[in-house]
Design a protein around this ligand. Structure first.
Ligand code: GAL
Length: 372
């Protein structure tokens, strides 16, 4: 699968993994060190030896053809989750699951709808559930229901809170979370701006960086941390910052275009940096920036997260300053491997982490080639 191709690329992330401990809940103190990657390397090493190693091979052998997998996605129209679910299904099939036994439901961004889907999966006696909750705060209710039905559960992408994860450990339940630490992605966004140098970014030369923030949905920990840690990277570098606007774009391109267009109308040339919590919104921001006659890299800077192909093209062309690779390939594989580990009885840790990768003009082509 694509994972092998990513090995060299992720070797940079491996450095961070070794430093920070993959799968640990610690906030990544440092972004991956900008060291020369070894030419050939295997998967990012897993510093936490207790965690099941990720691998292209099935996590365990066995015949999964008759096993039923229920997958709940918070919203099909989300670009990133579309990449995730497509890769998840393909990888499950490559592990020996039958396509007709993998059912993926669209929660349509409505917790009530998703809860009904979970009830239906329970009635259908699925063997394992993989859930991207609409509201992470509903995790407790979801867990109780699913565990009560004796079904192992893998949460993805939207992390339940600490006390909920603690319950899984305390009760030794077959429940885990697979995802990356959003603090790392926020930090990387900020660092890409810092790396340009204050002289370049402080276009009006007032000694401060004026920015606007376009957030995902407020309930989401990814949005919260990216918002906080992107700016923190600037202040940690000793930069003064001024927030001109902070709006909720709900991960959505069209909404972000509208918000950034309004902000540009209101604040005009004062805006030096546009932080978007994801690439879909950065693409919307770029449309607004174009319409306003501004030029990324010259009179404004723009960063996103996810490394959607279109965003990568823009980074290559210089029409986006940078993005952060949110590795849907390794995350979906880890989620499927975790499901397998429950089915075989091997079990899982209650948190399975991964690393983000900074993407600038330097490596955007490489990332694009690896995800194609
Ligand atoms: C984030 C991703 C966003 C959106 C969100 C949904 O990790 O960057 O684009 O998909 O998850 O929860």
């Amino acid at each position: 699968m694509k994972k092998k191709v990513l090995a060299a690329l992720l070797s940079v992330a491996m450095v961070a993994t070794l430093l920070a401990g993959c799968g640990s809940k610690e906030a990544p103190a440092e972004a991956p060190a900008e060291t020369e990657a070894p030419a050939e390397t295997e998967e990012p090493a897993d510093a936490d030896a207790e965690e099941p190693a990720e691998s292209d091979a099935p996590a365990a052998s066995g015949d999964f053809a008759d096993k039923k997998v229920g997958v709940c996605i918070y919203q099909f129209s989300d670009n990133f989750m579309t990449l995730f679910r497509t890769e998840l299904e393909n990888y499950l099939i490559s592990l020996g699951f039958a396509k007709e036994n993998i059912t993926i439901q669209d929660g349509q961004n409505d917790q009530g709808t998703q809860s009904n889907q979970i009830d239906a999966f329970i009635n259908d006696k699925v063997d394992v559930l993989i859930i991207n909750p609409v509201n992470s705060s509903s995790a407790e209710t979801i867990t109780d229901k699913v565990v009560g039905a004796g079904i192992p559960l893998v949460y993805i992408n939207r992390e339940p809170d600490e006390s909920e994860e603690q319950r899984w450990a305390d009760n030794n339940w077959d429940v885990t979370y697979v995802g990356c630490d959003a603090r790392q992605s926020g930090t990387m966004q900020g660092e890409m701006i810092v790396d340009l140098g204050l002289e370049k970014v402080d276009l009006n030369g007032d000694g401060k960086v004026q920015y606007i923030m376009i957030e995902g949905d407020p309930e989401n920990v990814d949005a919260k941390y990216r918002t906080e840690f992107s700016v923190k990277a600037l202040t940690d570098a000793g930069w003064e910052v001024e927030q001109l606007d902070d709006q909720v774009g709900n991960w959505d391109q069209v909404k972000a275009q509208e918000l950034v267009s309004n902000a540009l109308g209101q604040h005009g040339e004062k805006i030096e940096v546009v932080f978007c919590n994801n690439d879909a919104m950065a693409l919307g921001a770029l449309q607004a920036i174009d319409t306003a006659g501004r030029k990324v890299g010259e009179d404004i800077f723009l960063v996103g997260v996810d490394a959607l192909s279109e965003a990568l093209e823009n980074v290559i062309n210089g029409t986006m300053t940078g993005t952060v690779f949110n590795d849907h390939i390794s995350q979906s594989h880890s989620a499927a491997d975790a499901a397998v580990n429950y089915l075989t009885g091997a079990g899982n840790e209650h948190y399975i982490g991964c690393d983000y990768v900074k993407v600038t003009t330097e490596n955007a082509q490489e990332v694009l080639d690896s995800v194609k």
